[in-house]
Every structure is written in C-alpha cells, then in structure tokens.
Design a protein around this ligand. Structure first.
Ligand code: NAD
Length: 364
C-alpha cells in the first residue's frame, strides 16, 4: 500500500494474495469528480444509494452524475435487512442500472454490497463515517432477525472516494464512536491469528491516524486536513478488518448488535477498552504499539482513558441494554467464540459485560 498526498489516487491490493485492485481516492470535494469516476469504470447507468437521512447527499451525487444517473434509492438501513435489498433489486431491474454508487456509512455501503453480491455490478463507495466496510469483501445481512455474514470477491467495491468534506457533517459524538469503531478493527488486527508484518504495520498506521487526528477534529470539526487524516485511518483500519480474523471484541459487538439491537458504532466504542483489557496480558507484546501511542502499560486502560478524553459513551446501559440481558449476552458471546489470545470463559465474559454495562473501568 502506498502513502499518498491529498488528491493523489492510489491502487491498493485489499486482500492478501488478491489480484483484485481497488482504486482509492482521497481529497476535499473529490465527490465533484464522480462522473469522471463512473466514466473511468465504463458505466453509464448509475443507481445512487443512501439512507433516508442522507437523501440530500445522494441527490447531490445524482445531480453531479447528470445523465449517468438512472435513479436514487434512499432506504438503506442498519444491518442490511434482506427485504430492503429486495426492494432495491426491483429498482436495479427497472432502471437497468450498470453501477452502484453508495454514499453514506456502513449501512449504505452494506446495501450496495448486498446488491453487488446478487448482480456482480461494480460499486463506487463514498464513505461518510469511519466504519471501514468499503474496504472489505464482507457482507453482513439480516433476515427474520438473524444476521449472517459472508465473504465473496464480488462484494468488494471497485472504487472508494474519500471526500473529507463529507465527514465534516458527521456530528461530533458520532465522529468519536465511529473512530473508536475503526480503531477496534486495528486493535484486534494486532493479535489476529493470521496477521502479517504488513497488516500489523497498517493497523498501527490506522491507530496513529486516529490518535493524532481525532483530538484535532474535536477541537475544530471543520479542519479538513485532520478529517482527511482520520479518513486515511479509516481506510487502514478497514483494510486490516478485511485481511485479519477478528477476535473477542468483534464477537461481543456482533452479539450485542445482532441479538440486542444495540447501535453499531456506540457499542464498539464502549466495549473496546474492556475487550482489549481482557486480552492485555495474554497479548501484551502484540498490543504494545497501543501503549507506545497512548502511554501506560495496559492497552485496555490506555484506550479507556483515550475514549474518556474524547467524551465517548462508556456504559452499555445508556444504549438501552437491560442488566437482566447480561446473562444471555454472556451465553451467546461465549458460544462458538472467535479465536482469541486469552481463553474465553463464561464467568470472565459475564464480569466484563457487567463492567461495560455499568460504565466501570475495564477489569485488568
Ligand atoms: P450508519 O451507516 O448506520 O450511519 C448511522 C447514521 O448516521 C445513519 O442515519 C446515516 O445516514 C448517518 N450518517 C452517516 N454519515 C453521516 C454524515 N457524514 N453526516 C451526517 N449523518 C451521517 O453507521 P456506520 O457505523 O457507518 O455503519 C454501521 C453498519 O455498517 C452496521 O450495519 C455494520 O454491521 C456495518 N459494517 C460492516 C462492515 C463490513 O465489513 N461488512 C464493516 C463495518 C461496519
């Protein structure tokens, strides 16, 4: 992966041993070049996707595309419900779209990926959060309340256009939780069983971008250079998410999001210090880069302090989780656990969840 200056384009190999190349573009106002990006792909009938909340942004992209746009579908939802994808598929058929343009966070990207998986249409993603879904060939979708995840080369977007002006509108609380969501991918990539020297370097680069950029963004949300730094962090963190198997933290968040409907980024932000503290001794050497970047000798405690400085939420109870849900959450999170540096036991995970629910400091 190459380092680039703002506005330069790069071609990245997103997966280990992959010959698929993704075009990645950074820079303020780069969305203006969306028609040129579509032409570069050789497409002429783009369907623009967003959530209802971001329909204004989707309409702007359609306007910029002019005759290259054949429709706008603004019904993306969190966790990619299959009924929404099926609704969108009728628009794909009616418009005979030959390209998908997703503008939004992980929910909109998820809808584009779900359509691409069914149609093999090329995708341009314009991310407006730091979730990092645009960098992975992974699709999670929900049907009848059950979320399943699959991976396929057709799911990986062809072009990612990071326009720093678009994250400028991300409200400050969501900027913080989305950044911690991204940092969670990198933190777990440090000890993932199939990590490589390259993925570790990239994970550290992603963490560093957020640790340096996020305080600046909070002080001056309109600082476009700092916003671009955080987007570069999101790209690095999302890329390692696509390359390295995730562990306890992601299992906990998938459980809490999938079975208790907790919001994605906020849940990641709250759980991260607890999950990393759980693994801090068993993977002390692997997690040392976090201590190097943040100080201290326990990566979980260091992340807890950082999250508090950023005014991140700290208690799962504030997201609506009931204390009476914790037993079932512990049961679910310890059934078929992901590979993890420290053995996952029900009693220890129940204690971790109690601390995360109450907003206590992580158990060391
Ligand atoms: P989101 O996409 O659900 O966005 C949350 C809300 O914020 C939405 O209403 C959205 O319209 C709004 N929003 C987004 N950007 C905004 C901006 N710049 N300004 C104002 N409002 C904005 O949230 P998310 O955290 O980006 O994505 C969560 C989803 O992504 C989950 O379903 C998760 O499972 C998925 N995800 C998938 C992967 C993967 O690799 N498959 C990776 C990460 C996340």
């Amino acid at each position: 992966m190459e380092e680039t200056k703002s506005g330069e384009d790069i071609v990245a190999q997103p997966t280990q041993n992959s010959d698929q190349a993704v075009r990645v573009v950074f820079g303020a106002a780069r969305r203006i070049s969306i028609a040129a990006e579509a032409r570069r792909l050789g497409v002429t009938k783009a369907l623009v996707l967003s959530t209802p909340q971001q329909s204004g942004a989707a309409l702007e992209i359609a306007e910029l595309l002019g005759s290259l746009a054949v429709g706008v579908f603004c019904k993306a939802e969190m966790h990619t419900p299959v009924h929404v994808t099926e609704d969108a598929m009728t628009h794909v058929a009616e418009t005979q779209a030959d390209c998908l343009i997703a503008i939004g966070g992980g929910s909109t990207t998820g809808l584009g990926k779900a359509i691409a998986f069914r149609t093999n249409l090329p995708q341009i993603v314009i991310p407006t959060t730091y979730a990092g879904s645009e960098c992975t060939p992974i699709l999670g979708q929900t049907e009848n309340g059950v979320k399943t995840t699959l991976s396929d080369p057709s799911i990986l977007p062809e072009v990612i256009l990071y326009d720093s002006e678009l994250v400028m509108t991300l409200p400050v609380p969501m900027t913080v939780t989305s950044a911690l969501n991204a940092m969670a991918h990198a933190a777990e990539a440090l000890y993932g069983t199939n990590r490589t020297g390259g993925t570790t370097a990239m994970a550290i680069q992603g963490l560093e971008s957020f640790i340096e950029g996020l305080p600046k963004v909070l002080t001056t949300p309109s600082d476009l250079d700092a916003r671009e730094a955080t987007q570069r962090g999101a790209w690095a963190c999302g890329t390692v998410l696509g390359q390295v198997g995730m562990a306890l933290h992601h299992k906990l968040c998938h459980t809490l999001g999938g079975s208790f409907n907790l919001p994605h980024a906020e849940t990641h932000a709250i759980v991260l210090p607890h999950a990393i503290a759980y693994n801090a001794r068993a993977a002390a050497r692997e997690l040392q880069p976090i201590c190097d970047l943040l100080g201290g000798d326990n990566a979980g405690t260091a992340l807890h302090d950082f999250a508090k400085q950023m005014n991140a939420p700290t208690a799962l109870r504030d997201l609506g989780l009931q204390e009476s849900d914790l037993d079932r959450a512990a049961d679910l999170a310890t059934t078929k656990p992901y590979p993890n540096p420290r053995p996952v036991t029900r009693v220890d995970i129940r204690a971790l969840l109690q601390a995360a629910w109450a907003g206590d400091a992580p158990i060391q």
